[in-house]
Ligand binder design. Sequence first.
Ligand SMILES: NC(=O)c1ccc[n+]([C@@H]2O[C@H](COP(=O)([O-])OP(=O)(O)OC[C@H]3O[C@@H](n4cnc5c(N)ncnc54)[C@H](O)[C@@H]3O)[C@@H](O)[C@H]2O)c1
Length: 407
Amino acid sequence: MNYFFGVTRAPQAILFGEGQRRALGSVVSRIGSRVLICTDQRFSASETMQEIRNDLAAKDLIVRVFDGTQAELPSDGIYGCVTTHRDFAPDVVVGIGGGSCLDMAKLVALLLSHAGSLDCYYGELKVPGPTLPVIAMPTTSGTGSEVTPVAVLADSSRDLKVGISSPYLIPHTAICDPELTLTCPPSLTAVSGADALTHAIEAFTAVRNEPNVDLGQNRVFVGKNLLSDQHALAAIRAIFRYLPRAVENGEDREARSMMMFASLAAGLAFGSAGTAAAHAIQYPVGAITHTAHGLGVATLLPYVMRFNAEVCEADFVEIARAIDVPVDNSAHATHLVIRRTQELLANIGIPRTLATLGVPADRLDWIVEQSMLVARLINNSPRRLTLADIRSLVEAAYSGRDTFTFE
Ligand SMILES: NC(=O)c1ccc[n+]([C@@H]2O[C@H](COP(=O)([O-])OP(=O)(O)OC[C@H]3O[C@@H](n4cnc5c(N)ncnc54)[C@H](O)[C@@H]3O)[C@@H](O)[C@H]2O)c1
């Protein structure tokens, strides 16, 4: 296996730091003149939004605001935005908010650029060409959507979360201003931070594929690689150190900045390496429980880590070194890393089981079947996942049964 292979996919520019939101007007005016802003009612009513509007108006930009984005992004709302604003003919779409608003901007840009409905693009590499440019400005530190080739929506007709993955969905510019996260309450900080941790760990432990010229061209998610590893480890290191601080004290500016850095880095990591079982299983779990994406993936994460432990010891040793866990032997370090992950998640209030998350016992079979259908994520698992494996993983996560044994 050749380990010296890497892929990074990223926006043309990433502006990071407190106050960088004030660059939005300059960034937009270089690429267009008619701006559609996709956000939600919370942000649209804020003083910051008024400042942004003033800035854009001062640059003679023509602005429309859609502020009807709903959390977890039901598809009806996306079509509603497109129908209302198609006549406006924007040449730039700006997403401001959590992952739902950023994904809204990506999908609105897609539907304004290409014919067909959203289901034409479900899965990987179905988007036929470039979309309107998107500028993404996150207000949570979690999804990394500001840099990823992914948008996730809730298909209202099937009651299922689905993903669209294509390099054409990567925003043109990401503006990451940690001050925008100062208003996140502790529960949102926890859930979005846990989402970023799951991205980073699933990317760092993704399957490693034998590199060839086609790998980076024919797939969005190429598996673990040299470049994604750097971003994933940086994210993991920062999250273990700063997530508890950001949850504990939302005004801790250092923690807010480092969590926004971590979610950005985790987005860069999984934008090429991909995610795996925790994300595949969350899709049906989210559909049944209507719980936040981050809550579901983080509940599943320790069980998935345990399942992967026997093939990922070398990765867990690297994580151990990054988070200052002693490494005397690799099996013990693996055990400690999983335990530290469980403790971190428990301390910030992530449920320990799918039962606590609200999954009814009689829906486990359906969750197993539906998870298996998310082939691009199942195939990205470092340990091959059979139907029986997913069943035992889901059952363990439902009951909280600790299947990892260490002597
Ligand atoms: N595209 C990707 O790469 C990607 C990756 C992971 C998750 N996702 C998707 O992102 C969505 C989740 O995004 P999210 O976790 O950022 O939450 P969100 O966008 O769904 O927002 C959740 C709630 O938090 C509020 N909120 C957002 N920012 C706030 C702030 N600064 N202060 C106070 N409240 C704030 C929102 O108004 C909303 O009510 C899901 O649909 C998920 O599937 C996308």
